[in-house]
Design a protein around this ligand. Structure first.
Ligand SMILES: [Mn+2]
Length: 457
């Protein structure tokens, strides 16, 4: 059994360090086989954080659906191609099985089943009953069926099932990359529960989760986003708190167990906390985040200011790079989807130290937004550009006019909105778009006044 702790697709620093540190906490609490994972490539900031703390990036899992290696029987009973039929019959009988792979140098060359024996004997005995004694000395290779069905250890469950359905012997032989036999899958294997469980951190929406999530069991969810989650068959631990980062929640969990994170884990958590809260400047920052930050500063020997300076440097370098890279790549880097009223809204985010280049390239950005809308079948698509020095944003939005008309922010130019004091996609931008798409004003997100004002005009 493996338990993966994994954050959302397009991982940010908070989701990666949350996975690493929650796996560490779980291990400290005595849970075995817990591994941190990530659902995509790490961004520049996260790469810097991992390098600084000399941490390897967690294992990359793009699709968590079970693979052949998770389903197969690993202790395979087999015969070698030169073994006698007598030995094969004995193995089948003793182990009460119906099929034996036939191997030559570890590689399957055929399978031999009870049915194959029957055919072989019937055909041979028709001619001469006295040959029975000789017959059982025949090499299995001469009696086996060479029409075998194989798959690689990494093949996903769906593909294995299709192969199994078409297989002549009701079995799929599982091979490693050297084409050697390492397992066998029959219908029985598919009925057994799979040995993968997951703990989701920093997200709870299926659309943001790693592919294949519906095929494995979710054990826990630890998050600080809106709830739009899965149904589960059993009760699970679901911790959701309106705090600035998942890292904050994990630090609180350490505290609640009376434990102190190691120097490195405390540093990683501080990295996640400062990343998500723009070093405590974002509107999502709570007093709890501030006091946890102080605690983590003490444990790690690092400061919020240290991360602030480095994140700014990285953002500046990123912005310069963004000037050269294609806008579509930029949009895909930190892209999240939200579902409302059966429609999907995409919002990409980028942090900058100046809006200039975005104003200059609005037309290109709009084109890229439209392209992404078609590619991802979106109802609306927006790019949130946040100036991390000033704590302001602009939103460039492509959406049906009935949505654009209801956006509560001043329109600087066509499709470009000014979001003074807004830094949070999930808390300040996504709820507005979601409520407009759902056709109802959102409650408690602090934009009602302007929302109604605009609607009335
Ligand atoms: Mn987060």
């Amino acid at each position: 059994m493996v338990i993966y702790v994994i954050g959302h697709k397009n991982p940010d620093t908070d989701s990666v360090v949350s996975a690493i540190s929650y796996a560490a906490l779980k291990r400290e609490l005595g849970v075995k086989n817990v591994k941190p994972a990530r659902a995509g490539l790490v961004n520049e900031q996260t790469r810097w954080v991992l390098n600084y703390f000399k941490q390897k990036p967690p294992v990359l899992i793009q699709d968590i659906s079970p693979k052949a290696k998770h389903l197969m029987t690993k202790k395979v009973i087999y015969v070698k191609h030169g073994d006698s039929l007598k030995k094969a019959i004995k193995l089948l009988d003793e182990n009460n099985i119906r099929m034996l792979p036939v191997l030559q140098d570890g590689k399957p060359v055929g399978v031999i089943t009870l049915l194959d024996f029957a055919h072989f004997f019937i055909n041979s005995l028709k001619q001469d009953y006295k040959r029975l004694r000789e017959l059982v000395q025949t090499k299995v290779l001469n009696a086996c069926d060479k029409r075998i069905t194989t798959c690689n250890v990494e093949e996903p469950k769906k593909q294995v099932m299709e192969k199994l359905l078409k297989s002549k012997h009701g079995s799929v032989l599982v091979l490693n990359n050297n084409q050697e036999l390492v397992g066998v899958i029959t219908k029985t294997n598919l009925l057994k529960p799979v040995d993968i469980e997951v703990i989701l951190v920093d997200h709870n929406e299926p659309g943001q989760a790693v592919d294949g999530i519906e095929e494995v069991q979710v054990l826990e969810i630890i998050d600080h986003h809106r709830i739009a989650t899965f149904q589960t068959s059993q009760p699970i631990r679901f911790i959701n708190q309106p705090l600035g980062s998942t890292s904050t929640i994990i630090a609180l969990l350490y505290k609640s167990h009376g434990l102190q994170p190691s120097k490195t884990i405390a540093g990683l958590l501080l990295a996640g906390l400062t990343s998500d809260t723009l070093c405590l400047r974002s509107s999502t920052t709570t007093s709890e985040d501030k006091s946890i930050a102080k605690w983590l500063e003490k444990l790690s020997g690092l400061t919020v200011k240290f991360f602030d300076e480095n994140y700014k440097k990285i953002a500046l370098a990123q912005q310069e790079k963004a000037l050269q890279s294609s806008i579509l790549d930029l949009l895909k880097k930190d892209f999240k989807t939200y579902t409302a009223d059966g429609k999907t809204i995409g919002i990409s985010a980028v942090e900058v130290v100046s809006f200039d280049m975005f104003f200059e390239r609005v037309k290109d950005i709009e084109k890229a937004l439209q392209q992404l809308m078609i590619e991802k079948k979106l109802y609306a698509m927006a790019l949130l550009v946040t100036n991390i020095l000033k704590g302001d944003s602009i939103l460039i939005c492509q959406a049906p006019s009935q949505v654009l008309d209801l956006l509560p922010w001043p329109e600087l130019q066509e499709h470009v909105f000014e979001l003074k004091g807004v830094t949070s996609r999930k808390k300040q931008v996504a709820p507005v778009l979601i409520s407009i798409v759902e056709g109802k004003p959102s409650e408690g997100s602090g934009f009602e006044d302007s929302f109604y004002l605009k609607k009335r005009v």
